[in-house]
Write a protein that binds this ligand. Structure first.
Ligand code: ADP
Ligand code: MG
Ligand code: ZN
Length: 612
């Protein structure tokens, strides 16, 4: 018999336990379906709030909700997070000492758990399964459900044992959650789990709080430093393509006094874990990493992601940028791109054995490069890649829509460049050709007599950066090609003829330089809070997190702190009105935060939110 749960009770629980006033898209529907006993398969983006979809019904329903989760580290974080909200949660996995495991089993058998997180391999163990028959199960949840599909990138053989979960759950509903957008993985997952007439949700993959930007890469170190200045003190990830560049960049940043740590598969397990932990706990603000980093990171206050090298696919790019801004607060994603990066990735792909996989990798790379080189709204391009049509004309939060680009007719410049290539017999690389057109008088130019050719210095009026970008552009358009090998030279294709004869126009999207002295406009969300108070709240959060051995984002999210600095609650009652403050957190931390704000307001009698 299923108890009827009213919508009022659902909303009351949303507020009392989680501290939220409203649901994110699709959460309410999923919660309702589960309360009605229906199986669910939900594909929602990272940060979409999947945990709440099952944690809320778990609190309301009689019995224990079993959650299968692939990563042990993630399991502990989820349990810590749920407990912070006063939910009776625990986990069972092989890392626990036997006494601890026994204590969890006792709680489980006695019906004292709302949520039990379990590692998938447990389900292959007979004794575990027979033990479950003595437990009242409210529902069974499979998080990161795409791990069951061999088509996914995180296939986990032990997830296959989960296909029997439906039988095990009996009358209780089974829900599968994933953020993997590929239709193929989605269908495969559904089929393998054999869900019973499931309620299907496929959310939009748009992440409205993320701003996307692609910068022409010219000196990654300097560009990274300047981006970090923009994001000073905030948490972020810098992705790099190789272990070596991860190490180099991390050292470079440390040398500048930035708390940056490396992460890649070549580090000792212990060091890797230590670095990841320091990042999660806000002890290091920046993690410099290869693609190895990210799975199993629920840190919600990542404010920026920088790709200093070209990702291998749009899927990778989407997933990696998606780790920013889970809390819904504004976050920035910057990709540094130049055509030269393609060759670096090609190097790895070319080393793969000939076949389907290599062809797929090549096609993924060329789509990624096209994304980076285009001047189409980034959001529209990303969503389009996943088969979703973005409805708005202008997304207002990508470099293209923000008007950073304008189309520039570069036909004449292209002729100058092509002519320099022809006159030097297609025997030189981009650097030298650019030295010719910009009129450099370096040794090589003088020795070769290239200061006497007709186009020498004809492009003096523009910076080298412009010319490098034009070389990229002409390559993308197939007007020139780069030879293979250690010292690639530029060569013309048949398309160059029309450009040289002024029969074909060359237009390039160029970034408009921000006028000197113009400050970056902060978004209303960023600007509306008092930064100084916010910083103090952050410090208190860090202090509490250390005392409790928790990650700061588990105490309160950035959004909660911002809301607090805006509302400046003075009573417990008012405190409950802050997003993310439920009863359990109010009781635990309310007093200390209220005291801080009282002190702060006394020291700032001018009171009303000073703009930052
Ligand atoms: P996912 O697993 O889908 O990536 P999470 O469950 O980790 O996302 O949730 C991401 C963040 O969103 C968490 O900080 C969570 O507290 C927050 N969140 C979830 N639901 C809501 C909501 N209805 N309102 C505000 N914040 C929410
Ligand atoms: Mg999740
Ligand atoms: Zn846009």
């Amino acid at each position: 018999m299923r108890v009827q749960v009213s919508d009022a009770a659902v909303h009351e629980t949303l507020h009392r336990v989680f501290g939220f006033r409203s649901f994110r898209p699709n959460q309410h529907e999923v919660v309702r379906a589960l309360l009605e006993g229906r199986d669910v398969m939900a594909v929602m983006p990272t940060g979409g709030g999947k945990s709440l979809c099952y944690q809320l019904p778990a609190v309301l329903l009689e019995g224990t909700c079993l959650v299968v989760s692939p990563l042990i580290a993630l399991m502990k974080d989820q349990v810590d997070g749920a407990r912070q909200n006063g939910i009776r949660a625990a986990f069972l996995n092989s890392t626990q000492p036997p006494e601890e495991r026994q204590a969890v089993v006792r709680d489980l058998m006695a019906g004292r758990l709302d949520l039990l997180y379990v590692a998938p391999e447990r389900f292959a163990v007979d004794s575990f399964r027979s033990m479950l028959s003595g437990v009242r199960i409210s529902m069974a949840v499979i998080d990161e459900a795409h791990c069951i599909s061999e088509w996914g990138h995180d296939f986990r053989p032990d997830y296959l044992s989960l296909s029997a979960l439906v039988e095990l759950a009996g009358a209780a509903p089974v829900a599968a959650f994933t953020a993997t957008a590929t239709e193929r993985v989605q269908e495969d997952t559904l089929r393998r789990l054999a869900l019973r007439d499931p309620f299907l949700v496929r959310a939009s993959f748009d992440r409205p709080n993320l701003t996307y930007e692609v910068l022409f890469k010219e000196g990654a170190d300097r560009q990274i430093l300047s981006l970090l200045k923009r994001h000073r003190g905030k948490a972020g990830i810098i992705y790099r393509a190789s272990r070596k560049s991860v190490g180099d960049t991390a050292r470079m940043l440390q040398g500048k006094g930035i708390r940056a740590l490396p992460y890649h598969a070549g580090l000792e397990d212990q060091e890797r874990e230590r670095n990841q932990d320091a990042f999660i706990r806000d002890e290091a603000e920046v993690i410099v990493a290869t693609v190895a980093f990210g799975m199993g990171i629920d840190k919600s206050n990542i404010r920026f992601v920088i790709h200093a090298d070209l990702p291998r696919s749009i899927e990778n790019y989407y997933q990696e940028t998606g780790r920013a801004g889970r809390d819904g607060e504004p976050a920035h994603c910057t990709l540094l791109y130049s055509q030269g990066d393609i060759a670096k990735v090609r190097f790895f792909i070319d080393a793969m054995p000939e076949g389907e996989e290599r062809a797929r990798a090549l096609s993924a790379l060329s789509k990624m490069a096209a994304f980076a080189a285009s001047a189409v709204c980034r959001r529209r391009a990303l969503l389009g890649h996943f088969g979703e049509a973005y409805p708005k004309e202008n997304c207002a939060s990508c470099d293209v829509c923000n008007g950073s680009y304008s189309a520039l007719d570069c036909s004449v410049e292209a002729q100058i460049l092509l002519s320099a290539i022809v006159r030097t017999d297609e025997r030189f690389g981009a650097t030298h050709v650019i030295d010719i057109v910009t009129g450099s008088s370096n040794k090589k130019i003088l020795e070769l007599g290239h200061d006497r050719i007709k186009t020498y210095g004809a492009g003096k009026g523009r910076e080298k950066k412009f010319w490098r970008q034009l070389v990229d552009e002409l390559q993308v358009r197939g007007v020139i090609v780069k030879s293979e090998g250690l010292y690639p030279v530029l060569m013309l294709t048949e398309k160059a003829v029309a450009v040289l004869r002024a029969e074909a126009k060359v237009e390039m999207a160029v970034r408009r330089e921000a006028p000197k002295g113009a400050r970056r406009k902060s978004s209303p969300a960023e600007g509306a809070c008092d930064r100084e108070l916010f910083e103090q709240l952050r410090l208190l959060r860090l202090e509490i997190a250390r005392e409790q051995g928790l990650a700061p984002y588990m105490v309160f999210s950035d959004r909660t702190l911002r809301d607090m600095s805006l509302q400046r609650p003075r009573t417990e009652e008012e405190m409950l009105g802050v997003s993310g403050v439920g009863e359990a957190k109010l009781e635990r931390y309310g007093r200390r935060f209220l005291q801080l704000m009282e002190r702060w307001c006394a020291e700032h009698p001018e009171g009303e939110a000073a703009a930052c």
